[in-house]
Design a protein around this ligand. Sequence first.
Ligand SMILES: *Cc1c(COP(=O)(O)O)cnc(C)c1O
Length: 292
Amino acid sequence: MKLYNSPIDKFEYNNNFFYVKRDDLLSPEFSGNKARKLAYYLENNCVNNINEIISYGGYQSNLMYSLSCLAKIKQYKFTYYTKKLSETTKLLVEGNLFESIKNNMQLVEIENDFHKFCENLELTLKPHQLLIKQGGAQIEAEYGIIQLAKEIDTWAQENNYNPAIFLPSGTGVSALYLQKNLPKYKVYTTNCVGSVEYLKQQFINLEPELSNYPVILPNKFKFAQPHIELFNIWQNICKCSSINFDLIYDPVGWKAVIDNLTQIKQPIIYIHCGGLLGNNTMLQRYKYLKLI
Ligand SMILES: *Cc1c(COP(=O)(O)O)cnc(C)c1O
């Protein structure tokens, strides 16, 4: 299983050169930053007496799928809480939800007060249960991100670069720990989920003492909402790079990069965070909405 040392590719787009850290080429079960975020649990047997993973969040979460693979490898039970699903969602035969259920994930739909329910999970946790917060937003994620930081630093030193680093944020955990462990370089990100203020708060909650947080390039698009402008950017970047990017985070990420090229110092290294398993279901939504 390949969990680190991904290659770095280069491509040209409108007379700009970009480097891409190909974490999408890591092991498919844990592709992208989910491999980094879960490396701690994969490589350490320090979680004693655990036989069940508990987590919660969106029903097409990339982390949910990676947790279902982790549970399978470790032979743990995996229980995942999400909001009530629509009937059409239940019929999907591909994507993260379908694949996670195939991995024996126990899905529990919560009809009322989802957020309150999730807050309470921590209080009712049993000793044999391991709780992974939504999106894996917890300190154990730093373990694998330190390895990613080392790989980037080695590459930069070998090439004599002082790169700007970019990756799109959900919880912001990956961007935060990358900046913390690469103080020499500037990490840029954008808020794909929630507002700029939400993302800032996420940084502060995890690392209240850090003096340099990642720079947030603001995004106004709603999370996981198809939009033709985003689709066009995604298509152009995929074409120019011959790399398949994800259709939820990366269109927003690349828009933030392209709109802010004058602000961001070059060269830019874009971290490909994986997530390709969801592309087909997202393409179907674009088609269903007659946007493409
Ligand atoms: C999870 C994910 C992100 C966001 O990672 P965070 O650490 O939650 O900010 C970005 N891109 C892809 C493809 C992801 O799956």
